[in-house]
Design a protein around this ligand. Sequence first.
Ligand code: ZN
Length: 465
Amino acid sequence: MLTPPSNDISAISAALTSGDLGQLIYDRAANIFPICRSITGIGVRNTLQQLGQIIPIAQRHIPSGTKLYDWIVPDEWTFREAYIADVAGRRLVDASNNNLHVLNYSASVNAIITRDELATHIHTLKSQPDLIPYRTSYYVRAWGFCLSQQQWDALPPGPFHVVIDTTHTPGHLSYGEYIHHGDTFEEVLLSAHICHPSLANDNCSGLAVLTTLAERMQTIRTRYTYRFVFAPGTIGALAWLSQNEQQLARIIAGLTVSCVGDAGGPNYKKSRRGNTLIDRAMSHACRTASPRPEISEFSPYGYDERQYCSPGFNLPVGSFQRSKWGQFPEYHTSADNLNFIRPQHLAESARTIAQTIDILEDNWCPISLSPKGEPQLGQRGLYVTSPTGDTTAVDANMASLWVLNLADGAHSILDMAERSNLSFTVLASAAARLKAAGLLAAYAPPSTALKRQRRRFKIKPDQPK
Ligand code: ZN
């Protein structure tokens, strides 16, 4: 049953209004940007520790070798240094300048080799000759360097001293979890991947936005429980799913959050189920935030929604981004750096997610207590007059009319927003005013006094959606 919110409406959005939100999120993304992360190892734990200074994140550790459905937790990767030097010892390429230079999860090497031999271990981007690519080799053991094409072309003829000092040893896969407890056990899952090294949009941005949102929600009482999960891509999401399989029925909505700091989008990809509460709430929030949001249907490629929406789980989890992964030139290159993400875009992303949460929190099903004809709003001081006819007053009056008309117990405020093309916030405010004036009550299941009231008024609600 959806009852009116116990909080003021838009409480989560209101919690984001103090301070310079964008700069705060940006600084937090910048703090974790330099850390050399991978799917396992100290980089993930150091990142969780940094974010753990903002909210109390619990770290979970799954031992290497643990079977997770069709996958196995790999060994821990420890990275110490990687460089290409000339035989005199002068370092020509050094991963201490940019951790993208080392193939992520690379095997170790220490050898003097020719340029031709080295060429088979070099990754460049011919079409973007000034950028270093981000490459991984998680499930095939290989060593390698990633260079800009210009760097590679400028290297001398060789021979070279190549050093990659790494180890792969049994350890743990680590992920982080923070839970904001609500009044019910029903949960909203907010998930970001934490396995990429120095890439700002993909996905320091998602980690910083969600951490800040969790921090600001701390003092707010919510209807739902919010579970924030920061896990390495794919294997980390599978680890979380395997640890929580008995409780997945609690998840009523979820989002993967990535690439939320650039100027593109917003983009929302629906859950596999396609018309769940999160799909509707997020679509509405994106349309409110932007004149041209892109709302797309589910596809089995992208981030960890692939795992959450796999058929054995089929959770109502969508994906929120600004520019879509793989479709911006900076994607998986050294150009996805701290100049590429901007405070105002980070703030806008946080606000869009906050508005979505407000929709989940503030949604309810009203029933009119004066359903025969329109109640007289003016007499009750509920008709907003505006000599200039400004749109706020017009919208407020239209919202009152829509709410009263659809208040048959079968329409939620979100249903009304979709049908009226008015914003959820305007309708929720109108519903709160009408309820305070005694014109609405919360629709309760037909075993209560409201059932009698429905019978008395002979209200035949439409079938719920
Ligand atoms: Zn990525």
